[in-house]
Design a protein around this ligand. Structure first.
Ligand code: ADP
Ligand code: MG
Length: 632
């Protein structure tokens, strides 16, 4: 792992100098990122239509990127995977700090650019005021939710109520719908969620569940108004493509001018109109974040006030200082990088030499001879993984797993979040070391393999990560060529000297995943779906016997997920590569896998063919118990 990191790091350092100097290419399409929110399915369903409508109005093709979570959206803007984003207010504050986000438009509902956080209780309960909730359990949406956590909590604090001592217990339910359901089902006394007015006429409970929850909920406390969610771009886009930004802003603003656009915005976000916004509109959110002591980047900037001449001069001055500071930081990073590079180089040389010697020793001493006559590609016997923390605490993430995996299988691994899927997968290429039991790979015992033996395992096993893990500043082709690292030797790869065969191989796999026309594009200029295809091509260029993919489509929308699975399926069938993929969408697992393995609390809860999965088994695999709900 460290070795890979150092190689990637060195490549990055080598390309750093040239990367920043490139002038922006003209844009042929734009990518807009969407908040997943609690209506993820709804958003995904309508995303294409929204793209089409904005594209027609702005006169440029538009693609949508539905992020997996809020931080994914911020990261995508920072990495320039997306050009614009629809943000929730608090996420925007983060994005401004981290990704240089600049707000353009904000949402207006019922004639007001505000909404509220409110605390709700079951309509049949006797709770009427905050005082009734003392010592009771309350559900918040999640730590970063503006209306479902930050605002109502800050409002309580400003009234002198400390939620940490006032309530008997606090829980993060994981979504507005889950908060509402907990309150309706009576499992939790109160919950925090969003509402559009302070009369309680319209809120999450009237908008979720198609009106079924309308009269079952009573709001008893409202936060101050929250500035609406917004659409933003980045400072980079404003500098590089000012005209394009203006066009897209106008296009989004005009969406609600006709009935089709209005209906779509209503359906997706319950928005009546998008109106111009400034950063100062979000000062109240900054203050709430401050009151909550939220550590965004250390300090919370104060408002910018009206744009007077002296203010803009000061701002320009500040920007210039920032630029000078950034340049200085770049030089320091470069210098540190070069020193680190030299150290890495020496270290890698010594290590590779040692590994090679060890491999020769092991092979000649017969240490690699089969330890078991089984023909299985993987054999897991009573395998367990125990994680230990720095305070000596232990957690058994995988317990007594027995499995036989044969060459050429296409296996989907399913289970709740935290069930142990990633732990299992990371054992198979020995990113995790098992704590007990035996792990055989092609008959060889690799349970506690080290050094050259691990290098040999990883050479045969390609890993595709959820977040792609590409080197952002180098080209697509160079990224895929790094898949050849374990076969070319690091020195050649580091100076960019790959053989013609390596290049042909990389081009072949990029062509097969449909990216022949993107070879020389910078990796971070590609959309999420394209980046994941580069990651697959990189794994394939390694010419592995096995591909392990850990939720490779979690950051992609459903259509792109299918493309990724289809590519994996093709290589599984055509080249008999064993594919083991962690998947959270059951439907996709059923459709693509020959065999499904389900984990529950670190144990194998099901192992069989997709059609053997009965509703009872599915229920047992996905049943949430209290502790799991609380961990959300
Ligand atoms: P999944 O991929 O199914 O969501 P994981 O394998 O990531 O599950 O995690 C299984 C359990 O092990 C979870 O409870 C998780 O919190 C815990 N866990 C995972 N990685 C570590 C780690 N490095 N240290 C401690 N606990 C961990
Ligand atoms: Mg996982």
């Amino acid at each position: 792992m460290l070795q890979r990191f150092l190689k990637a790091f060195f490549l990055l350092i080598l390309t750093l100098g040239t990367a920043g100097a490139q002038p922006p290419e003209p844009k042929r399409e734009i990518v807009i990122g969407l908040n997943p929110s609690e209506r993820a399915e709804n958003v995904q369903k309508n995303a294409d239509l929204l793209a089409q409508m904005i594209g027609q109005r702005a006169g440029i093709p538009v693609k949508m990127f539905v992020a997996h979570d809020y931080s994914g959206l911020v990261e995508a803007l920072r990495g320039r995977t997306i050009d614009f984003a629809f943000f929730a207010p608090l996420t925007y504050i983060f994005a401004e700090k981290i990704a240089d986000a600049r707000v353009l438009l904000k949402a207006e509902r019922r004639g007001r650019p505000y909404y509220y956080g409110c605390i709700i209780v079951n309509a049949d309960s006797s709770y009427r005021t905050l005082a009734d909730l003392k010592g009771k359990e309350i559900a918040w949406v999640d730590p970063t939710s503006t209306s479902g956590h930050i605002y109502p909590k800050a409002a309580l604090k400003s009234l002198g109520i400390d939620p940490d001592t006032y309530f008997g217990k606090q829980t993060f339910a994981g979504g507005h719908d889950k908060v509402v359901l907990s309150v309706i089902n009576g499992t939790i006394a109160a919950g925090a969620t969003y509402c559009n007015d302070t009369l309680g006429e319209s809120g999450s409970w009237t908008q979720l569940g198609d009106g079924a929850y309308n009269r079952k909920v009573r709001p008893i406390f409202f936060s101050p108004p929250i500035p609406g969610d917004n659409m933003a771009t980045s400072q980079f886009m404003l500098d590089a493509y000012p005209q394009l930004v203006r066009k897209v802003t106008a296009a989004v603003q005009s969406l609600t001018a006709d009935s089709a656009g209005k209906a779509l915005m209503q359906q997706m976000y319950h928005v009546d109109a998008m109106i111009p916004a400034t950063s100062a509109d979000y000062d109240p959110v900054r203050r709430a974040a401050e009151l909550m002591n939220l550590d965004i980047t250390g300090k919370v900037r104060s408002g910018e006030g009206a744009p007077t001449d002296s203010a803009s001069a000061a701002k320009a001055n500040q920007r210039q200082q920032e630029r000078a500071k950034n340049a200085m930081i770049s030089y320091i990073v470069l210098a540190i990088g070069l020193v680190a590079g030299v150290i890495a180089l020496t270290w890698l040389t010594l290590r590779e030499r040692r590994n090679r010697r060890a491999l020769v020793r092991e092979t000649s001493a017969g240490a690699a001879a089969p330890a078991n006559s089984s023909t299985a590609q993987y054999l897991l016997q009573n395998l367990s993984v125990v994680y230990r923390d720095s305070k000596g605490g232990e957690f058994t993430a995988m317990r007594g797993v027995n499995l036989e995996i044969n060459r050429g299988e296409f296996i989907a691994v399913i289970g709740l979040s935290g069930a142990g899927k990633s732990t299992f997968l990371r054992c198979l290429n020995r990113m995790n070391e098992p704590s007990a039991g035996t792990l055989l790979f092609n008959g060889k015992d690799i349970t506690h393999a080290a050094g050259a033996q691990i290098v040999e395992v990883r050479r045969q096993v390609g890993f595709v990560f959820q977040q792609f893990n590409l080197v952002k500043t180098i080209t697509v082709l160079q990224n895929v060529l790094t898949g050849r690292l374990s076969r070319t030797g690091w020195f050649n790869s580091m100076i960019g000297r790959y053989s013609r065969q390596d290049r042909q191989l990389a081009v072949r796999y990029l062509t097969q995943v449909g990216l022949a026309d993107k070879l020389n594009n910078r990796a971070d200029r590609l959309s999420g779906g394209q980046q994941q295809r580069v990651a697959i091509a990189r794994a394939l260029a390694q010419q592995p016997n096995v591909i392990l993919a850990d939720e490779p489509m979690a950051s992609l929308d459903p259509k792109l997920s299918e493309v990724v699975l289809q590519i994996l399926q093709r290589f599984n069938r055509q080249e008999s590569i064993t594919v083991i993929v962690n998947l959270h969408v059951l439907e996709l697992a059923r459709r693509y896998a020959d065999r499904i393995i389900a984990f529950r609390k670190g144990e194998v809860a099901f192992d069989g063919k997709p059609d053997e999965l009965t509703p009872e088994i599915i229920e047992a695999i996905y049943r949430m118990e209290n502790e799991e709900l609380h961990r959300l």
